[in-house]
Design a binder for this molecule. Structure first.
Ligand code: SF4
Ligand code: SF4
Length: 167
C-alpha cells in the first residue's frame, strides 16, 4: 500500500498505517519543533481539564453505569471513519497506541474494554452528550464543560495546522 495516498474515505486500517508511517519517519523532527511541543503540552493539559470537569459534573458516573447496565450506545461502529490520518498522528505523538483490530464488531474501532483508546478526539466525540446526560446534569456544569472542551478543540486545530506546515 502507498501510505502517501489516503483520504477521509480510506479504511481505518490504512489511515492508521499512514499515521504510523509518518510517526516513524518524522517524529524526531516534529518533537523538535517548539510550537508543536507547546501544543502537545497544552493539549494534554486541556484534555485532562475536560476529563476532570466531566468527572466533577457526574458525567463519568452516568456513562460508567450506562456502559455496565445498558451496553452504552454512543460509540457505534463507523464513527472511526470520521478520523483522518492527521488526528491519528496527533494521538501517536501523545503516546497513544492505536489498536490493530476492532474490540467489538458493533462498536467504534477505537473503543477498548475500558472506553475510548484515543486522547485527541474528533469534535463529534468531544461534543457529544446524550439525552440521559443533558436531562440529568445541571446546565451550568454543562456550560463549564463546554468551555473546557472549547479550549481542547482550539489547541487541537492549531496543532493540526502546524503539523501540516511542518510535514
Ligand atoms: S454518552 Fe450517553 S449513551 Fe454514551 S455511554 Fe454516556 S450515558 Fe451512555
Ligand atoms: S469517543 Fe472514542 S470510541 Fe467513542 S466514537 Fe469517538 S473515537 Fe470512537
Amino acid at each position: 500500500m502507498d501510505t502517501d495516498e489516503i483520504t477521509l474515505s480510506s479504511p481505518i486500517e490504512e489511515k492508521i498505517a499512514w499515521a504510523e508511517h509518518r510517526y516513524e519517519s518524522f517524529s524526531g523532527p516534529l518533537i523538535q519543533d517548539k510550537p508543536i511541543v507547546d501544543y502537545l503540552t497544552r493539549i494534554e493539559d486541556a484534555i485532562q481539564a475536560s476529563h476532570k470537569e466531566m468527572g466533577e459534573a457526574g458525567i463519568l458516573d452516568i456513562c460508567r453505569d450506562c456502559e455496565k447496565n445498558e451496553g452504552g450506545s454512543c460509540c457505534g461502529a463507523g464513527l472511526e471513519n470520521k478520523y483522518d490520518g492527521w488526528l491519528l498522528l496527533i494521538n501517536l505523538l501523545l503516546d497513544v497506541r492505536l489498536p490493530k483490530k476492532r474490540h467489538d464488531k458493533e462498536s467504534c474501532f477505537f473503543l477498548g474494554e475500558g472506553g475510548c483508546l484515543l486522547k485527541a478526539r474528533h469534535v463529534i466525540c468531544v461534543n457529544y452528550l446524550c439525552k440521559k446526560i443533558t436531562d440529568q446534569i445541571d446546565p451550568h456544569k454543562l456550560n463549564a464543560l463546554r468551555e473546557k472542551e472549547g479550549i481542547e478543540l482550539d489547541i487541537l486545530f492549531l496543532l493540526n495546522e502546524r503539523l501540516k506546515i511542518v510535514l
